[in-house]
Design a protein around this ligand. Structure first.
Ligand code: ADP
Ligand code: MG
Length: 233
């Protein structure tokens, strides 16, 4: 099933001499369950694309359909609810709340949505990500790799159908990078999620199902790989 589709998506910033075409006519279609890498140089429009896919920002023109729904036809409240329930974001900078402990950070999206966290499911995620013994720690007491795992757990807690990750391994060493990708893949398979991940790392991209290259706001290449990472817990 097609889970995500963009048609002639454009995002322009500024005007006149300062006009930046961050996205300049992106049309793509992503199947449910795909693990997609988005690759491109700095400034090529990757984050802008991810933000549009998740309804974090409005495009200048074009459409984004998620599970058949035109998300930019929703009003602001509906869009917020859609985002909370359907999309899990993993930001490169983790965006953890420093004064909340690991557990509180992870369940925050549920609480913002007025829902009770499913304790068993939270426990499963914590086990899978290997951070079950860290729930009482503050983010500042964790390594970068551990903080990234917390950010991933937080993205998964609402059982989103789509996980959008902006350079989730950008600050990690190569071993942890492999591990984080393996975990994303594992959780994706386990919870039937579609995962779209931005990366600078071409080798890492090859471990995804599909690689989309972006240059100057346009797709320049889009292909399936025969790779795939296996992850042993
Ligand atoms: P990437 O994630 O690939 O590094 P971005 O999507 O962040 O690229 O940015 C694409 C282009 O859009 C860049 O030229 C960037 O400077 C510009 N851009 C991004 N966000 C804004 C903004 N809020 N205002 C003005 N220009 C922006
Ligand atoms: Mg970026």
């Amino acid at each position: 099933m097609k889970i995500l589709e963009t048609k002639d998506l454009k995002k322009y910033y500024g005007e006149g001499n300062n006009l930046v075409k961050a996205l300049d006519g992106v049309s793509l279609s992503i199947e449910e369950g795909e693990l997609v890498a988005i690759v491109g140089c700095s400034g090529s429009g990757k984050s802008t694309l991810l933000h549009m896919l998740g309804g974090l920002d409005y495009p200048t023109s074009g459409t984004v359909h998620v599970a058949g729904k035109d998300i930019f036809k929703l009003n602001e409240t509906e869009l917020t609810i859609f985002r909370r329930r359907k999309i899990g974001f993993v930001f490169q900078s983790y965006n953890l709340v420093p004064i909340l402990n690991v557990y509180e950070n992870i369940v925050l999206p549920m609480e913002l949505d007025g829902r009770k966290p499913d304790q068993k499911y939270v426990g499963d995620i914590l086990d899978m990500l290997g951070i079950a013994d860290k729930v009482d720690r503050l983010p500042g007491q964790l390594s970068g790799g551990q903080q990234q795992r917390v950010a991933i757990a937080r993205a998964l807690v609402t059982k989103p159908s789509i996980v959008l990750a902006d350079e989730p391994t950008g600050n990690l060493d190569s071993r942890t990078t492999q591990e984080v990708l393996g975990l994303l893949k594992l959780t994706g398979e386990r919870f039937h999620q579609t995962i779209i991940m931005i990366t600078h790392n071409e080798a890492l991209a090859q471990l995804c199902d599909r690689v989309i290259h972006i240059e100057d706001g346009k797709i320049t290449d889009d292909y399936s790989t025969c790779g795939g990472v296996s992850y042993e817990k």
